[in-house]
Each structure stands twice: as C-alpha cells, then as structure tokens.
Write a protein that binds this ligand. Sequence first.
Ligand SMILES: Cc1cc2nc3c(=O)[nH]c(=O)nc-3n(C[C@H](O)[C@H](O)[C@H](O)COP(=O)(O)O)c2cc1C
Length: 367
Amino acid sequence: MQTELSNALGVEHAVFGFTPFPAVAAAITRAGGFGVLGAVRYTAPGELARDLDWMQAHTDGLPYGLDVVMPATKVEGVTEADVEAMIPEEHRRYVEGLLDTYDVPPLAAGEASGWRITGWMEQVARGQLDVAFDYPIALLANALGSPPPDVIARAHDHGVRVAALAGSPRHALHHKAAGIDVVVAQGYEAGGHTGEIATMVLTPEVVAAVDPLPVLAAGGIGTGEQIAAGLALGAQGVWLGSIWLTTEEADLHSRRLTAKLLAAGPGDTVRSRALTGKPARQLRTAWTDAWDDPDGPGTLPMPLQGLLVAEANSRIQRHEVEPLLGTPVGQIVGRMTSERSVQAVFDDLTRGFERAIDRINRIAGRA
Ligand SMILES: Cc1cc2nc3c(=O)[nH]c(=O)nc-3n(C[C@H](O)[C@H](O)[C@H](O)COP(=O)(O)O)c2cc1C
C-alpha cells in the first residue's frame, strides 16, 4: 500500500490513523502506518508535551502527526466565560432534567469535568501548536476548515506538511487556495463532524477538484477491501478514525462503552448536533434522541452546545450511565466486533487489501 505521498512521508503503508489516544497513534506508526494524535482534548500545554514526549519515545524514529481543531476566522478577545454567559437558562434546565431522569450522579468533589471541547478555541489550539512545533511532527491536520495563513506558513517553515478535512469539493478547493498540502476527503459515514456527501461520491470529486494535491479518503473505511476502493477512486491514502476505538491500546475509560461499540451495527449511529452544535456522527443513544426530540429545546450552535453539555458528558462517562453512554463513531462500527491490538487490525487491513487486489486482477483477467 505505497503511494507517492506515503513514500514522501517515509511510511510503509498509505494508511493514516486518527486517534485521541497516544498509545494508539504510536502503535499505528509502529505497524507501518501514519499515526495522527488528536489534540482537541489537551487544554493544558504541559499535558500535550508529556504525551508527545511519550510518542517520541515509542515510535522508533518513525513519522507521526498531530490534529488540531482551529477555526480559520479569528474571534478577538472572547473568553470561555463570555461564551458560557450566552447559554440560555432553558437549555441548562433541560440538561439538569435529563440528568435527573436517568439518575446520573454528580462528579466527586474536586473531580474536574474533563471533556470541555475548548480545543476548538483559537488561543487553545495556538498553545497546542507552540508545543507541537518543538517535536518532529511530519503532518499537522486541521479539522474544521483551513488553518489561518500564519499557521500554515509556520508549519511550512518547520518542514511540516499541512492537511485539512473536507466534506465537499467546495471545502477542498478552499483548502487548495489556502496552501494546504494534503486534503482529507471525509464522507458522510465517518465518525465525528461530517458533511452530507458519502465517501464513494466525495473522494473522486475531491481528487479531481484539487489535482495535483494528494487526497486521503476517509469515512466508512475499516477493511482492506475498503482501502483498495479508496485508492481505486484516486486517493493517495486512507484516513481511518473509528476502527481504532475498540483496539486494546485505546483508553475509553469505560468497559460498558467498549461493549456498546462491539455490539453496535452499521445503523446504530446518528449524525447529531448534541455533542458540539455541529453535525457529528456518533452512537445513537437516549442522549442524542433527547436533543433531536421536537418537544425539547433543540441544540445550540457551536461552541455553546459543547460547553453546555461538557460536565453532563463527563458525569455520564464517569458513571457509565448505559442509556446515555456514547461516543463519536462512524457507520463502520458494525465491523468492530472484537477487541484486538492495533497490529492485529493492521494485519487484517493488509490481508483484506491483498484479497481485493487478487479479486480485481482475476476480474480484469490478469491473474
Ligand atoms: C472518536 C472520534 C473523534 C474524532 N475527533 C476528531 C478531531 O478531533 N479532529 C479531526 O480532525 N477529526 C476527528 N474525527 C474524525 C476522524 O479524523 C476521521 O476523519 C473519521 O473518523 C474517519 O471516518 P471513520 O470514523 O469512518 O473511520 C474523530 C473521529 C472519531 C471516531
């Protein structure tokens, strides 16, 4: 699975793995892929430095990347407290009502609410970059739009390629104009924030739109056969996120959540604004249903929704409240049926890719 891009980056397989867990990112890189650590959860620069130190020590000198969530437009002088103050009382009461209905206990005294989704704030993401450029990252990816021009320039000064996710050919063209090096064409079936175009349709359109920039196909890829399909559509690699969530190296902090993922089928996800205020594919739960309920107040726009539900989500996760317990995950969740090491997943991907190539060769009369 080698392409011009994987050769340029010095990786054995053109398989890019996004993950919020350093142990998973390092294992992807060690397995011959390209591990990309999601930085959005790191609000303290010291924690990111600690985990990048760990990555550095566990990747055998092989390349890896970092993913930040940085908005392209700058909002001057707005603090988290300013944003908190914009949340309506009705929505706060709705959250409290849901937590009461499902008997969700509070966090213990002194236990901090973990998942505040503030990494999207430009000043937080810039703090992450100040740390990241001290490490030999080979790729900087951005989730929501092109990063600001000075960040792209700074990355290039450090010899770091810049990637950005795109959910439509229009987004992809915008990235190209902004000076992005690699476009991740992420389809509707993907876990996390997604657009409305499926990977099968999106990938060749983005490839054509940004030619000659390299494109990675993302969304709904969890087998070697699907990797072959993405490469056949013109991508120079694939970008996988969901499949790593049930690996042995992942640290979901909840056996119940892992069990829910292993039991879920491809129809058990929903594209909902419940988590951040923007449509993100995740496990369908009583929580997502409550936010989609026409009798409820509905969700707030990003970033208000993320701040509104941050503590509630921490309580749900901490106490593993079954009906509400969820995570971003894509439709490929149906193929995540056992807990395996990252290396075992990789071996499977490689075997499936070879099967697909053999099959196509036979069909084409070349075998
Ligand atoms: C749990 C989870 C968290 C994610 N968080 C981010 C993120 O912070 N930044 C980002 O660029 N993409 C994020 N994504 C999307 C992935 O980068 C990737 O595009 C997507 O998972 C690919 O589709 P798949 O889930 O079908 O493999 C996330 C995906 C998942 C499953």
